[in-house]
Write a protein that binds this ligand. Structure first.
Ligand code: KG4
Ligand code: ZN
Length: 328
């Protein structure tokens, strides 16, 4: 059994977790920064980086205390090394390096997307490779065949915006507040998904790629003509229709997949989860979605990705760079 300290700081959540290779989360401490970014209507990278500097050290201390362990008990330190807002990534990675140096334990530089991609295996011990993963976050919208640790075959990506980005921009257009995705979901619950005619970009095309920029522009054109709740519900339905249609195409290309899996912040959306569950059932496939808190950014998924990498002997040198861009 290995014990891994996970650190996350690539966007606007600062987090530290202690995770074991047998799927126990001994501690998880997370600080959000919503109040600091709300006045700007979006995440301000410089403010985020400064907040990570303030908060990460205390969160690590609290996590160690909660788990009643010391650095000496840990087998490795896993820190997000990208992709993300570079200032924040540097804070987490440098903290990880300092702790590795001080404790003599190995560093594991985790790709944040790999954290999301493997997170369903933390919550579901029965999820075996390969699986088809819909990875839907603020920065990414991809369909991946996850074949093993470090083995990700990308079947599709977005040609413009990510799904979460579309949620965030729609929230801004509708003045629903920050953070945007959950605010759209709440407003949508009060509206009709059929009230506003909106496009379904790329639906029907043979390749499973995504596009959301046109949908966001279409929302911008109707903000004065309908109730916010109806626009939110119709927008959410349009996103769901796109995700389902594109995932259906990918399922046809990934017959070896043992399960349909969703991860990333948008996977916290209940309409999205419900529709994917229905799609999986239509195909007689297992559907796996992590609990809501494990979908949005957190350090448990980074600790878990670290545990998976550690188990196959993958550690990284102390001169590993922080990367703003890092495709899986
Ligand atoms: O994975 P994540 O926490 O951070 C990134 O790696 O990007 O994803 C954040 C994204 C944001 O765009 C946020 O608006 C979206 O996930 N999101 C949601 C919901 N919760 C978070 N989108 C729709 N419905 C939600 N409930
Ligand atoms: Zn993320």
């Amino acid at each position: 059994m290995a014990l891994i300290l996970g650190l996350e700081s690539s966007c606007d959540e600062t987090a530290a977790a202690l995770v074991t290779s047998d799927r126990r989360i001994l501690a998880h401490r997370l600080a959000r920064q919503d109040e600091r970014h709300r006045p700007y209507g979006g995440v301000v990278p410089e403010i985020a980086a400064r907040a990570h500097v303030e908060m990460l050290g205390p969160l690590v201390e609290q996590a160690l205390e909660e788990a009643q362990v010391t650095l000496a008990d840990i087998d490795a330190i896993a820190a997000t090394a990208g992709p993300g807002l570079i200032g924040g990534v540097m804070v987490g990675l440098v903290t990880g390096k300092a702790l590795a140096l001080a404790s003599g334990k190995p560093l594991i530089a985790v790709n944040h997307l790999e954290g999301h991609a493997l997170s369903p295996r933390l919550s579901d011990p029965d999820l075996a490779f390969p699986y088809l993963l819909l990875l839907v976050s603020g920065g990414h919208c991809q369909l991946l065949l996850v074949e093993g640790v470090g083995r990700y075959h990308r079947l599709a990506t977005t040609i413009d915006d990510a799904a979460g980005e579309a949620f965030d921009k729609t929230a801004k257009l509708l003045d629903l507040g920050f953070p945007g995705g959950p605010a759209v979901e709440v407003a949508a619950a009060q509206g009709s998904p059929r009230a506003v005619p909106l496009p379904r970009p790329l639906v029907g095309s043979g390749e499973p790629h995504f596009s959301f920029a046109g949908l966001k522009s279409a929302v911008a054109r109707v903000t004065d003509d309908y109730a916010k709740e109806d626009i939110a519900a119709s927008f959410q339905q349009a996103v769901v229709d796109c995700l389902i249609d594109r995932t259906r195409i990918a399922l046809g290309k990934a017959s070896e997949a043992t399960a349909l899996v969703v991860a990333g912040g948008v996977a916290a959306n209940k309409t999205v989860r419900g529709a994917l569950e229905g799609l999986a059932a239509d195909h007689g496939m297992r559907f796996v979605a992590p609990p809501l808190w494990l979908c949005t950014d957190n350090a448990a998924m980074i600790g878990w990705a670290g545990a998976e990498r550690f188990a196959v002997g993958l550690t990284d040198p102390l001169d590993t760079p922080a990367r703003a861009r890092w495709p899986l």
